[in-house]
Ligand binder design. Structure first.
Ligand code: MG
Length: 230
């Protein structure tokens, strides 16, 4: 495509691994709860229901995830044993926040290429300080013209970001791994969208993409393929 577009790029599970770490905390929590007779399926189903509700009220990020795990322990009925399990949960969340960021293949080189041709904006949702901390630790900060952290990535957030950054939706693209947060709302706001699927995407980020051949929704299997598009 011609240069001069604004490319909004998702962070978690698009630029670096993220959900796989949350998922391993859930697995270890399920193992702990199994000691109290709670099945792994019950743990996972209950947590998903709790997170679906709590993220709406409290947003995303590891601290809210930790609070959801405590709600989970109460919900599945381990009662007074929550005091026994709480130090384990707190240690898990603390280590999640210290995790070394593992960039996905081809990310840095591809961003460097895209940055020379387009305005490149890192567009992520979650806790402001936590997301910024990850951007800094990733070493990718200088490859973005701008970094924008929002509470939720819905259609209104895309329109608002375009307005704040002086970008026309028709000349903007969103790139990311989440059908629910990156592809559908960006497209609804008039952006183009490139879906970069990640096999470990969080269940709450999944959504059906339209089956019609919409030229405004593209799909690549690897981040590096973006250089051939843009
Ligand atoms: Mg993502």
């Amino acid at each position: 495509m011609h240069p001069g577009l604004t490319l909004f790029i998702d962070a978690d599970d698009t630029l670096w691994e993220n959900n796989v770490y949350f998922d391993s905390v859930i697995s270890r929590t399920a193992m702990r709860l199994a000691e109290y007779g709670v099945s792994s399926d019950r743990t996972r189903d209950a947590l998903l229901a709790i997170e679906r509700q709590r993220t709406r009220a409290h947003g995303y990020g590891s601290l809210n995830f930790g609070a959801s795990l405590e709600v989970l322990c109460e919900h599945v009925g381990i009662g007074a044993s929550l005091d026994e399990i709480r130090p384990f949960l707190r240690a898990e969340i603390a280590s999640l926040r210290r995790k070394r960021l593992e960039l996905l293949p081809g990310v840095a080189d591809t961003l460097a290429y895209l940055r020379r041709r387009h305005r490149v904006v890192l567009f992520t949702k979650g806790n402001h300080d936590e997301q910024w901390d990850k951007v800094v630790r990733s070493g990718l900060r200088d490859l973005f013209h701008q970094v924008d952290v929002v509470r939720e990535k819905d259609q209104g957030a895309y329109l608002d970001a375009a307005r704040r950054l002086g970008a026309s939706p028709a000349r903007s693209w969103m790139i990311g791994n989440s059908p629910k947060s990156d592809i559908l709302p960006a497209r609804a706001a008039g952006f183009g969208a490139v879906f970069v699927p990640h096999p470990g995407t969080w269940a709450l980020e999944l959504a059906e993409l339209p089956e019609t051949q919409d030229p405004g929704i593209l799909r690549v299997e690897r981040f590096a393929e973006l250089a051939a598009i843009f």
